[in-house]
Design a protein around this ligand. Structure first.
Ligand SMILES: Cc1cc2nc3c(=O)[nH]c(=O)nc-3n(C[C@H](O)[C@H](O)[C@H](O)COP(=O)(O)OP(=O)(O)OC[C@H]3O[C@@H](n4cnc5c(N)ncnc54)[C@H](O)[C@@H]3O)c2cc1C
Length: 375
């Protein structure tokens, strides 16, 4: 645990922290941090060693997302999506597709994104409405994706589209330069996660041959539930745990440093001590349950799914609660943006609505625990 987590913490201090304020205030994609992620090899964390990567899995994915989110939640979120897309290719991609994409990641620092959600089916992103018309070895796509993190910055986009097999879906890789692919770059006005560039993607007569499809015809749903779900949901648990830990650092540091004229600090006030204790309790519990979920998932344990769902729900709710308490500790200085707490609270609010939302996942958790089918 210590090496990947610590390595990513060190990376974040040097290559993410310097850009974090500007990323939020200008709603700017963290390009410099992503360039450094490529140069320092962290984009290839999950790529198998045979393709020049580090061959790591779910636990290291969680550790990296956690470490980055302790410095910048939005940069961590963009990175998390890249890892999820990479893992889909690792498990289901053809040899040819893996070579093509992984070479670009390993040698050229390119990265990936997920273009799944649509305006119509919203949080139920595994039910795409876009069209896919097959002619020989080629498929022509039309439609629109609603919120694509890293839009226009990523070089490859995983896209869910209907299969020719009734009721099934496929998972495709769309290269950025595919003719007919465009982004509505003014479409991101997020209250938080402002570096995400989560813009709508237009798919207008995009034509791809079958080498761009991940896995066999009609296996998209299997990929969503076997690969995307564990890596994405665990990754979100890690990001909101990291956000909550970041809140603890800022709130406790402020409580110790803010002095009254009599020389006493905020941290001498019992109510503030209670708030700091509650923030620590929630943030630490979120981290612990998330890392345990990642461990259980990596080892294929029977209760891994329940742990992963519980971790993600708990961490996103804990981050919002830690943000609420941190704002009380921070007072007027936090409200007036002298501290980054209001930014972290805005970032935290993405947790409950990102697909599958906390409400949907709570239902899934109940189903998993009572032995019923998900979704
Ligand atoms: C910061 C951020 C980044 C994102 N990045 C990406 C990305 O990179 N790629 C991508 O594909 N998508 C992305 N999304 C989109 C996202 O994950 C959701 O799909 C999208 O927010 C759903 O939007 P909607 O308003 O249509 O939700 P709706 O489907 O309208 O749902 C609204 C709310 O209703 C509730 N709800 C809906 N159905 C049910 C149900 N059956 N049971 C219980 N509650 C229900 C949910 O709690 C949900 O929060 C991103 C979103 C955010 C906030």
């Amino acid at each position: 645990m210590e090496s990947i987590y610590q390595r990513c913490r060190d990376f974040a201090a040097s290559f993410i922290a310097p850009y974090t304020d500007r990323t939020d205030s200008e709603s700017r994609f963290p390009e410099e941090s992503f360039k450094a992620l490529g140069e320092q090899g962290l984009l290839k964390l999950l790529i198998p060693e045979a393709y020049g990567g580090f061959g790591k899995g779910l636990e290291e994915h969680a550790q990296a997302c956690l470490a980055f989110a302790e410095t910048c939640s939005t940069t961590a979120l963009c990175y998390m999506m890249h890892n999820v897309a990479v893992m889909c290719l690792v498990t289901h991609g053809s040899e040819e597709l893996k070579k093509r994409v992984f070479t670009d990641v390993v040698e050229h620092g390119k990265f990936l994104a997920l273009a799944y959600s649509e305006f119509g089916t919203g949080t139920h992103f595994y039910l795409p409405e876009m069209t896919a018309v097959v002619s020989g070895d080629h498929t022509t796509f039309n439609g629109k994706k609603s919120m694509v993190t890293s839009a226009s910055y990523a070089s490859y986009y995983l896209v869910l589209a209907p299969s020719v097999e009734e009721g099934k879906i496929n998972n495709w890789v769309f290269p950025l330069e595919a003719e007919g692919l465009s982004f509505e770059m003014s479409g991101w006005q997020g209250m938080g996660m402002r570096g995400n560039s989560s813009c709508p993607m237009r798919v207008d007569q995009v034509r791809l041959d079958s080498s761009y499809r991940i896995g066999a015809e009609g296996t998209g749903e299997e990929q969503v539930f076997q690969v995307v779900a564990p890596f994405f949901i665990t990754g979100l648990g890690a990001i909101y745990s990291g956000t909550a830990l970041h809140m603890f650092e800022v709130a406790s540091g402020h409580a110790a440093g803010r002095k009254y004229p009599d020389g006493r600090s905020l941290s001498h006030i019992e109510t503030v001590q209670v708030h700091i204790g509650n923030i620590y309790k929630q943030a630490s519990a979120a981290k612990a349950i998330t890392l345990e979920a990642a461990r259980a998932g990596a080892n294929g344990e029977a209760d891994a799914l329940a742990k992963i769902l519980a971790a993600r729900i708990f961490a996103s709710e804990a981050a919002i609660e830690c943000g609420r308490l941190s704002m009380r500790v921070g007072g007027g200085k936090a409200y007036n943006k002298a501290l980054p707490l209001e930014r972290l609270l805005r970032d935290a609010y993405a947790g409950q609505i990102m697909a599958p939302s906390a409400d949907v996942l709570t239902i899934w958790l109940g189903k998993a625990l009572t032995g019923q089918m998900i979704p």
